[in-house]
Design a protein around this ligand. Sequence first.
Ligand SMILES: [Ca+2]
Length: 323
Amino acid sequence: MKQRRAGIVLGTLLVATTASATTARDASIAAMADRLAAQGVDRGYVLDVMAQAKTLDSVLNAMRRPAERKAWRDYRPIFLKPERVTAAQRFYETHRETLVRAEATYGVPIPVILSIIGVETYYGRNKGSFRVIDALSTLAFDYPPRAEFFQRELEQLFLLSREETLDPTSLKGSYAGAMGFGQFIPSSYRAYAVDFDRDGTRDLIGNPVDAIGSVANYLAVHGWDANYGIAAPVQNGAAAVEKMEAAVRVERSKDSLVALGVQGIPEAWSALPLDVLGLQGANGDEHWVVTKNFYVITRYNRSPLYAMAVTQLASEINTALGL
Ligand SMILES: [Ca+2]
């Protein structure tokens, strides 16, 4: 009897928890629909699209196991492969004029643009197979650590879809809702995408010309400086590193780093704000002095490992293209 009663109480609690989660979700969706309606998006349309959104365990699993949690020695080989450099060369041959125009327009070097598109999607080969609406709604309502962020992106998706005449129920992207050759999330797409072939639409998914211009524009707006390099290996850098493989701020002077014993900082960088990044390499710890441009790459993806992979792949592409 006691057991039976405990069972009933537990059952009631479970039902209550599920019901309140559903209510909270419905309330969030209703509030989002209200905000979108105030901006002229049909409220019923928003609710109809959201009713088609599926919660995906595969999205939650991918979010909990990002590649960026690996050490540099295991992360680097994922991206620094000869085949990716070959693919970059092919993409360059196909889109040479566009890349030259993007570098001239935005001041971002061709190998850096190529490297980002290569790391993000292997030149459009892997643009993501999740429905963006499913990915974003899963993370918005079933992933509490980033719920606020992804609820904003979900709302941005509706605004983007209206602006660019996209169907939010058929758009595909990554498990985090990033789309197209350069993997832009909806807010970035709205803010930084450019119509680089001037056909009247900003298409980052089907149009490599728009995607190339948009990646360059993204880096330019975030402060890319054509006069800076990106990163250079240094010796005796350990004392300048607080935490290995941690984010860099790039607010230190060359003199302050030299005073800590760092050796090998390029002469040309004497007057630039710098930082030192420590990485766990295949042959032990590595130390790199980095400039503001390295920081700009981390505006694309916060991980310093990502930024270093982009930097090193860009260098290999640069060599391969003879630029
Ligand atoms: Ca266009």
